[in-house]
Design a protein. Structure first.
Lengths: 265, 265
């Protein structure tokens, strides 16, 4: 019999929609075949896979991969799937996953040439989008620092479009410690700021973007905390050629990260 | 006495939240002091300004500008303002504005060096964000083509963060006509496509981004229609250096438009 919304394992998994439960258990939810596939591609990440009978049939390769890795695969009713998923169309699959963040020191020890640091980004969609863009630009690590949203927030996981499973994800309470550690690891630390004294194009022209770099990004509404921006090696503005007063966070991060990616190649 | 939600002029203005009413009247709503200021900076754009007594006091300069331009300024109750506004915190001001799009031929006659063409972008937040980014990158015109959302949709107006009032906005039903007209006006037409045969960095390296350019952007979910992409001079992909399968629309548009902006300077 497929599990229902009242089956204890479904009830327990559903609690992972809450941050407190994620912190207490070290687990989170990934929904939809794309995210489940990415999660299954990492060893010891998926703890349990829930799917409707239809979905487990349609994505039989994923069910087989899970079973082959000794991951329990459980049939659930449509109602149970709807209770576990946060989107309207999760395509029948939800996986319970282990947290996958690594310590900052471990991520830096791998000598990343490009790192994105999210400092105080509370909007999960923005954080997930920057994570996705950082992955696309070739960043090896993304640091969720300070008051930034939990990387395992469902909306952040979904906005990352699988990139949560691709890069070294780091969580660090103290953004200043991230700046210090990144610099000690030989990275240039650049703060993205609409009011920065350095123009992104000019930095590219003089070759300053070619070095291994950690970019700091703050919240769309408030920007980076002043002390943190001051701690960076430079505060960098994306040039505004037209009359827009600013770029939104996703656009600014994309331009900065891709400028570094291009300069490093 | 301030107008209430039942005052006929408030009722009439509120109807502009619906596309059909916007089309029938050629008017739309702009809310919040930033958008109202931008709208007032354009001649003959604002038709009427509604504000709570508090807001008209706090933004007395805007009320004075409106009055000086013979724009009726009407006090409304908090309830009437809430009925007119679509956001929770509109800061007390809503303006009724005239549509401001210009014909495609008029926009092209001004010899823009950078144009963004939105083809089939139905999500108003995405369309408004690309409009904002295009303005920031120095695009002089943004074309809403084909099945793209109405530029005067409230969410699009808000996501544009004032840029709707900065650039030449064009509406054109037939995207193929936009490609033909842009090319006839001497613009290189580039289609942003995750599956494009040309790499953005390589185009930059060989100097192909320095020419006046019209960029075509399709919907996040479906990309550009195949025929439209084929009609462009090249289909261009943003390089994916990491393991992300794609960029979201706002990020891809930002990277493409800024690559052109940089090459043109």
């Amino acid at each position: 019999m497929p599990f229902t919304p009242r089956t204890p394992r479904v009830v327990a998994a559903r609690r992972l929609q809450r941050r407190r439960e994620r912190e207490a258990t070290g687990r989170f939810l990934a929904e939809g075949p794309q995210a489940v596939r990415e999660a299954l591609s990492r060893p010891r990440t998926v703890v349990e896979l829930f799917g409707t009978p239809d979905a487990l049939d349609r994505y039989a390769d994923l069910a087989a991969t899970a079973a082959g890795a000794d991951v329990p695969v459980s049939e659930v009713t449509d109602e149970a799937l709807a209770a576990l998923a946060e989107t309207v169309a999760p395509q029948g699959l939800v996986a319970v996953c282990q947290h996958l963040d690594v310590p900052l020191a471990a991520a830096l020890a791998r000598h990343p040439r490009l790192v994105a640091v999210l400092a105080g980004i509370r909007d999960p969609g923005n954080a997930g989008t920057v994570l996705r863009t950082a992955d696309a630009a070739g960043a090896a690590a993304v640091v969720f620092a300070g008051e930034t949203v939990d990387p395992y927030n469902g909306k952040c996981v979904r906005a990352s479009a699988g990139s949560l499973f691709h890069v070294d994800v780091v969580r660090e309470r103290d953004p200043a410690a991230v700046v210090a550690a990144a610099r000690a690891a030989g990275l240039v630390v650049l703060a993205a700021s609409g009011y920065g004294e350095a123009d992104l194009d000019e930095l590219a022209d003089v070759g300053r973007l070619a070095a291994p770099t950690a970019w700091l990004f703050g919240s769309e509404a408030h920007g980076l905390p002043g002390e943190l921006a001051e701690a960076a090696d430079a505060r960098v503005r994306v040039p505004l050629h037209g009359r827009a007063e600013s770029l939104n966070l996703a656009a600014a991060a994309a331009v900065c990260l891709y400028a570094s990616a291009r300069a490093q190649r």
